[in-house]
Structures are given as structure tokens and as C-alpha cells.
Design a protein around this ligand. Structure first.
Ligand code: NAD
Length: 476
């Protein structure tokens, strides 16, 4: 079937209300950080978007002190039913500014506007709504009759879902009565700093939430600060391990949400057209910059040819290009560094003997781009089957029996997510029980809900975010 031509339908960049410069947010005030002034760029064309004043070590000390004062003062003394009102207010303000935040996220991150508009921003609001509901019911949450907050939470997040990850961190921390020092990733600070504006407008007591732009050294300064009681980190396994070493013996509480290499398993009785949609959503959503991406496709041998043919057909219809265009399916890679990592691993895939395929696809001249890529003839020993690529790259393996599928799916140091595609309910239950993954999706993939816990095993980390379970890491 010939693909339809689509007229461009770009969302207006002006909606983002970009400012020339952004400050950090400490003790209820915006200020110019003592660190470097960096320019954050649009990964779709490498043009600078805004200047951001990064925090320096003195800003970290001020932010931690402000968070301590708020914890011992107005926020710490506030009853849950009052805290809930602030969370509801933040949630509503995110909804009111949803279009602005979506455009800003797509500009700073490179993700398609369709995703930031329909997934990132609505889910960020939903997290605040959900945890607002828990704030006055903590004694019924299953953490003892009088659960207490831990104190000052230091939170460090990555660039793949900048506002959503901030919401995942801040909402449960506030609902449980903690105060926060949060650092967004260096390449995507803009929506977190706009969230700081929303928090200021919601009139939270000064110091309850502090947001510091900066790179790894500021993340490390937060982790190492003696005034922090709990660290919540989302990012790479390598940095997660370093943080665990730094925190060991300090008495600080720790939760880690790290990398993944999820198996997406397709049985021969699955509705294959639906499964192909799930495979595409599993690995090409957000350019594959998803910790729980279905990056290892396991297909039952009897339907491999049919699945690969359908997948090729479907991939030739995907549109790669301007993230602000509402027709775009695949946006830009977030940074030059990430693009280099994807290239290194895909080159290794070819060198190790796997077969590489991409649909015909014109990449823009400027910016960071990578065509959707599928590797077949992949063996479990290949780097592309073992290492997290964090890009739009699918490695396809086959299996004959359910037992072989389980063995191959579990043959990874990670354990964040998995997917099962089959017509049989009993098989779903039996497989889900055997897969060592924190989240197992059945006949769907990459579904998120604030009421559902999310987190990993093994090198994917520990602790849960979302749902009732997500309260636990913030309660003593
Ligand atoms: P990264 O670990 O390089 O950086 C994450 C954050 O940590 C950034 O804010 C960075 O500035 C900071 N940081 C870097 N070094 C630090 C240090 N030594 N001490 C303290 N902070 C430090 O990861 P990334 O490349 O930005 O993100 C991609 C990774 O995040 C992938 O591995 C992905 O799987 C993972 N991730 C996991 C989840 C999850 O929920 N499990 C969600 C999203 C992303």
C-alpha cells in the first residue's frame, strides 16, 4: 500500500515561551547559579535554545539548607490534607500549561510533539494528582500506623523524560512530607526549571522544592552532601553503582532506577498485526531512549519470517523528522554523545556478524539523527543483544519453546521490564511468573500509569516508583 503524503503540521515554537536565560531555584527564589552558564541546544538542529546558569557547590549547600529548614518548618509541620492541596495545585497548573510544556520538552529533548503532548505531560500531571490523593491517607498505605517522612531527598534524573521523571520523583516525596533538592540532566533542564516556576506560583513554602541545573559534579555534590537523608537516582547503571558506593555506610536511604535490556516475546499464536504495533511502540517510542524499551525481540521460530516482513512494512511508514511536526513518529537523538554511543554499538553489531536493516529514510542535514534499525541473525553473545543501546535499534532473536524464551529473556544482567504476546491467558500467567523483570506487559508494551509500581531487579536497580509502593522509599 502506498504511504499517504502528509502536509507539514508543525506546532508553533512560540508556544514554548522560551526565555533567553533560566536561573536555578533555591529557597523559593530564582537565582543565577554560581557554576558555568551553559547553552542548551535543540538536538533537531543544534541551535542554542537558552542559556542556563548551572549551580555551583555553594548553591548545593544553600539548597540543602533551605530544604532542611522547610522540613523542620512549614512543610514538615503541615498535615497531609494541606500538603495534598499543593500537589493538586501543581497538577492543575501542569495541565493548564500543558501545550507550552510539551513544545518546550520537544525543543529541548528532540522527542516528537505527539509523544510529549500525549504521554509525557499528561502523565506528569497524573502523577501529581495521584500522589495528592495519598497525602492524607498514609497511615492506610501499609507502611505502619504512623509512617513518617525521611527528611531531605536528593534526586538526580536523566534526559529521556525530563518533566515526567521530575514528577515521578517530586510527587511522592512531597505527598509523604519530605523536602526536595532535584537536579535535571545537563542536556534537558528547561521543563524542570519551568516546573520550578509552577511550584513558585503554587506558593509552596520556600525551600520545599529546590531545582539545580548542572552536570555530573553537581549530581555528585548532592549525593555526597551530609545534609541529605535520602537519594533517589534514575540514570545509567554505571553511575548508579558509583552512587551506591558513595552512599554505603552513610545511613542515607537509596533507591535506584537504572538501565534495561527488555525482552519482548512474540508467540506464534499472537495476533501478529497487533504484536508488530507493540514491537514498534516498544523500541521506537521516544527514539528508543527508554529504560524499559523492548530492545530484544524474541520471536517464535515458526512465525519469524512473517513478523520480520510485517515489521519492515510497518517501519517504512514511520516518519522521521521535525519533532514539532504533529505527523512525526521519530524525532532527534538527544545529544551528540548519545548518537556516538548508538553508532558505536550498531557498528559492533555489524562487525560481530548480525544483519542490519533500516527503512529508506532521509536524515536531516543538521542535528542528531539515527534511522530506525533492525538487526536479525543476532546471537545472545553479541554486544547488541547484551548492552543497553538506548536508541532506535532492535535486536531480533528466535526461540522454539516457552522454556527457551524464558531462558533467553532472563539471560541479562538487567531486569526492568518484559513483554509477552500470545492469545493464551494461561501462558501469559505462566511466563510472567518466570520472567525476572519488575514490569511484565501482556499484549501491550510501554504502558505507564501512576497507580502502577515501576522498578527493576538486578542491575536495573531497586525501589519502586508509582503506585502505593512508590510511597515506601520516602517513608521511615
Ligand atoms: P547518566 O547516569 O549518565 O545520568 C543521569 C543523571 O545523573 C544526570 O542528571 C547526570 O548529570 C547525573 N550524574 C552523572 N554522573 C553522576 C555522578 N557521578 N553522581 C551523581 N550524578 C551523576 O544517565 P543518562 O545517560 O542521562 O540516562 C540514560 C540512562 O538512564 C539509561 O541507562 C536508562 O536506562 C536510565 N533510565 C532508567 C530509568 C528507570 O526508571 N529505570 C528511567 C529513565 C532512564
Amino acid at each position: 500500500m502506498p504511504a499517504f503524503d502528509y502536509a507539514p503540521a508543525p506546532e508553533s515554537r512560540d508556544v514554548a515561551r522560551l526565555r533567553a536565560s533560566y536561573g536555578i531555584f533555591v529557597d523559593g527564589q530564582f537565582r543565577v547559579g554560581a557554576g558555568e552558564a551553559i547553552k542548551t541546544v535543540n538536538p533537531a538542529n543544534e541551535e542554542p535554545l537558552a542559556e542556563v546558569a548551572e549551580a555551583g557547590p555553594a548553591d548545593v549547600a544553600d539548597a540543602v539548607q533551605a530544604a532542611r529548614n522547610a522540613f523542620e518548618g512549614a512543610w514538615g509541620r503541615m498535615p497531609g490534607r494541606e500538603r495534598a492541596k499543593y500537589l493538586f495545585r501543581i497538577a492543575r497548573a501542569i495541565q493548564e500549561r500543558a501545550r507550552e510544556l510539551a513544545v518546550l520538552e520537544s525543543l529541548d529533548n528532540g522527542k516528537p510533539i505527539r509523544e510529549s503532548r500525549d504521554v509525557d505531560i499528561p502523565l506528569a500531571a497524573a502523577h501529581f494528582f495521584y500522589y495528592a490523593g495519598w497525602a492524607d491517607k498514609l497511615e492506610h498505605a501499609g507502611f505502619g500506623p504512623r509512617p513518617r517522612p525521611i527528611g531531605v531527598a536528593g534526586q538526580v534524573i536523566p534526559w529521556n523524560f525530563p518533566l515526567l521523571m521530575a514528577a515521578w520523583k517530586i510527587a511522592p516525596a512531597l505527598a509523604t512530607g519530605n523536602t526536595v533538592v532535584l537536579k535535571p540532566a545537563e542536556t534537558t533542564p528547561l521543563t524542570a526549571l519551568t516546573l520550578a516556576e509552577i511550584i513558585a506560583e503554587a506558593e509552596l513554602p520556600a525551600g520545599t522544592v529546590n531545582i539545580l541545573a548542572g552536570g555530573p559534579s553537581i549530581g555528585q555534590a548532592i549525593v555526597d552532601h551530609a545534609g541529605i537523608d535520602k537519594i533517589a537516582f534514575t540514570g545509567s547503571t554505571e553511575v548508579g553503582k558509583a552512587i551506591q558506593r558513595a552512599v554505603a555506610g552513610t545511613g542515607k536511604r537509596l533507591s535506584l532506577e537504572l538501565g534495561g535490556k527488555a525482552a519482548n516475546i512474540v508467540f506464534d499464536d499472537a495476533p501478529l498485526d497487533q504484536a508488530v504495533e507493540g514491537i514498534v511502540n516498544g523500541i521506537f517510542f521516544n527514539q528508543g531512549h527508554v529504560c524499559c524499551a523492548g530492545s530484544r525481540l524474541l520471536v517464535q521460530e515458526s512465525v519469524i519470517d512473517e513478523v520480520i516482513a510485517a515489521l519492515h512494512r510497518r517501519l517504512t511508514t514511520l516518519r522521521l523528522g521535525d519533532p514539532l511536526d504533529k505527523n512525526t513518529d521519530i524525532g532527534a537523538i538527544n545529544s551528540a554523545a548519545q548518537l556516538a554511543r548508538i553508532r558505536e554499538l550498531t557498528d559492533a553489531g555489524e562487525e560481530e556478524g548480525a544483519t542490519r536493516w533500516s527503512p529508506p529514510c532521509d536524515l536531516p542535514d543538521r542535528g542528531f539523527w539515527f534511522a530506525p534499525t533492525v538487526f536479525t541473525n543476532v546471537s545472545q553473545a553479541h554486544r547488541i543483544a547484551r548492552e543497553e543501546i538506548f536508541g532506535p535499534v532492535l535486536s531480533v532473536l528466535t526461540f522454539r519453546t516457552p522454556a527457551e524464551a524464558v531462558e533467553k529473556a532472563n539471560n541479562t544482567p538487567y531486569g526492568l521490564s518484559a513483554g509477552i504476546w500470545t492469545d493464551k491467558g494461561s501462558r501469559i500467567l505462566s511466563m510472567a511468573g518466570k520472567l525476572r523483570a519488575g514490569v511484565v506487559w501482556a499484549n501491550t508494551f510501554n504502558r505507564f500509569d501512576p497507580g502502577s509500581p515501576f522498578g527493576g531487579y538486578q542491575e536495573s536497580g531497586f525501589g519502586r516508583e508509582g503506585g502505593r509502593h512508590g510511597l515506601g522509599p520516602y517513608l521511615a
